[in-house]
Design a protein around this ligand. Structure first.
Ligand code: HC0
Ligand code: SF4
Length: 573
């Protein structure tokens, strides 16, 4: 143990503890801007300085360890003045138009500047303007970048993609897309983790809310909105409702108040994906060439972008099933349009998603057959949805919740857990078991594929199914995906079926979810989805009455010709 004194308080901590962590133990929160535990501990911002008796210069507390006998002051006049000037300097290089910034009220720089009572900026404003293609789903506002390096580190250490780098030196140093590429040329997976880890408004999603307002206002359009599983776990986090009272039914009600004609739950089409994917897997597993294993899930577009750029030779091993979002769009413009007597062109298919990559996925021309266009016309992130609610002055505390519309009303707990890492695998195994054994497994028979914390990046399991050993792999976060694939490529590991979600924790930790600087909420949100599953009366995708009906009335059976033309895709397109 190391003994020291912080602001007059004696404290004993383990050797190697940072000064910042030691201060936290005695209830002192040293201010910081760039720090991210285990990811960015480089003291780029110098806001976390403290005074250590006997040392002339101020010491950054995030990356310096305690030493025996240290006497530390975290709030001396010298420290306060230094921090004050540092933040003023940062502000002079930051576009401080807070009134028009999406991070206003949720910006660490704004909060810090207020806490330090900074009333003016003594240094002349120097803003760095970089060109950016604003049609891309990820938008970088260079004039707001404070060069904290978090985006660089998250992309590098967690997602293993190195999209960002620091260019230039000294005062001229700035963050930009690495290798002098444009963002379109970079191998960006669009996971959006750089956005959720940005302390300010330098990285944001492309705002598509105006397009949705226009669709709502157009009397000639039928606006059909689906809501992804993970959105319900987070949309109300910043309100008085909180996570538990913020049900999906209240989201439906809010959408109808804003102008949606029909509202549905993506969990329905997650059930549809399971039907197609589980049967495809059984087919590949029983007939497939061993070299073609594992089969990979394909519902996460961040992961699909990743495999296409990093491991193109493995693209053929992706399931051909479209993602639930795209399947829903597809049935909205075919079966649903027919049933309400409309042409597919009259339908605007909208998805509320926790995800940025879904904006990219919706742009893809994947629609087959007689119904031209995109499966999904418009993707709105959870954050954009919350902004729309605020713009429409809906008091969400008055919402009571409404049911989704008929035809695709029902969904199973298996569909809901898609939003958490391991959920797609667990749902698929429940249905594959039934298809092979003719009876249901206990609903929680495959719960070992769930990850309980950030530390669980890869889960492996073996199951005996009808005398055959089934080898399963599940990874969340693209760095973990890379590790898993490399272990398969070098012959260390063998799997039959692998689920990969690009974001840590799965979609609950998606790049379009509300931002809480410094806290990782994905696994808390995931628990919420498992709770909904446990409380559901239907827990198997194949038991969803509306799924049974759509096969009876339209697709006949999983992987039928019609199902193939509407619900599957060619990832090489
Ligand atoms: Fe997901 Fe999905 S689970 S990718 O994270 O499969 O975004 O929530 O909507 O499509 O269902 C996101 C979440 C979805 C899809 C579903 C899958
Ligand atoms: Fe999007 Fe979910 Fe994939 Fe993240 S894990 S990129 S939120 S689909």
């Amino acid at each position: 143990m190391v003994n020291l004194i912080i602001d007059g308080v004696n404290v004993s901590v383990d050797e190697g503890t940072s000064i910042m962590d030691a201060a936290k133990i005695v209830g002192i929160n040293i201010p910081k801007l760039c720090f991210l535990k285990d990811i960015n501990e480089i003291a780029a911002c110098r806001v976390c300085v403290v005074e250590v008796e006997g040392i002339d210069r101020l010491v950054t507390s995030c990356n310096n360890s305690v030493e025996e006998g240290m006497i530390i002051h975290t709030d001396s006049q010298r420290v306060r003045l230094d921090r004050y000037r540092t933040v003023q300097m940062i502000l002079s290089q930051h576009d401080c138009k807070c009134a028009t910034c999406v991070r206003s009220g949720n910006c660490s720089l704004q909060a810090l500047s207020n806490d330090l009572n900074i009333r003016d900026i003594l240094y002349g404003e120097v803003l760095e303007r970089q060109e950016w293609d604003r049609t891309f789903p990820l938008v970088r506002n260079s004039t707001k970048c404070i060069k904290c390096m978090r985006c660089i580190q998250v992309c590098d250490k967690i997602q293993s993609l190195n999209v960002w780098e620091l260019e230039g030196t000294g005062a001229r140093s700035t963050v930009n897309v690495s290798g002098s590429r444009t963002i379109k040329e970079a191998d960006c997976s669009l996971c959006g983790q750089c956005i959720t880890h940005c302390p300010v408004g330098a990285l944001v999603e492309r705002d598509d809310t105006e397009r949705l307002w226009r669709a709502f206002a157009d009397p000639n359009k039928v606006v059909v909105v689906q809501v992804a599983p993970a959105v319900r776990t987070a949309w109300a986090e910043d309100s008085n409702l909180g996570r538990e009272a913020g049900t999906v039914n209240k989201i439906f009600e809010g959408l109808k108040k804003m102008g949606a004609d029909y509202v549905f739950d993506t969990s329905f089409s997650a059930d549809l994906t399971i039907m197609e994917e589980a049967y495809e897997f059984i087919d590949r597993f029983s007939n497939g060439d061993l070299k073609e294993r594992p089969m990979f899930t394909s519902c996460c577009p961040g992961w699909v972008r990743f495999i296409k750029s990093q491991y193109p030779h493995l693209v053929k091993q992706l399931s051909t099933a479209k993602s639930p979002m795209q399947m829903f769009g597809s049935v909205m413009k075919s079966y649903f349009a027919q049933s309400i007597g409309k042409n597919p062109e009259d339908i605007v298919s909208v998805a509320i998603m926790p995800c940025l990559a879904k904006k990219g996925e919706s742009n893809m021309e994947l629609f087959h057959g007689e119904y031209a266009g995109h499966d999904t016309d418009l993707v709105i992130t959870t954050r954009e949805f919350v902004r729309m609610l605020r713009a429409s002055h809906i008091n969400i505390e008055n919402l009571v919740g409404i049911e989704p519309d008929k035809l695709f009303h029902d969904y199973s707990g298996a569909g809901v857990i898609f939003g958490a890492t391991g959920g797609v695998m667990e749902a698929a195994l429940r249905t594959a078991y039934h298809a092979i054994m003719g009876v249901n497994c206990p609903a929680d028979a495959f719960d070992v594929v769930r990850a309980s914390s950030q530390e669980t990046g890869i889960v492996e399991a073996n199951f005996e199914l009808n005398g055959t050993n089934l080898r399963i792999g599940v990874a969340n976060g693209l760095g973990n995906a890379r590790k898993l694939i490399d272990s398969v490529e070098n012959g260390e590991k063998h799997y039959d079926f692998v689920e990969i979600m690009a974001c840590p924790g799965g979609c609950v930790g998606g790049g379009g979810q509300p931002i809480h600087d410094g806290s990782e909420l994905a696994f808390e949100r995931g628990k919420n989805l498992y709770f909904i599953d446990e409380s559901s009366t239907i827990r198997y995708s194949h038991e969803n009455p509306d799924i049974k009906a759509i096969y009876e009335n339209y697709f006949t059976e999983p992987n039928s010709h019609k199902a193939h033309s509407l619900l599957h895709t060619d990832h090489n397109l």
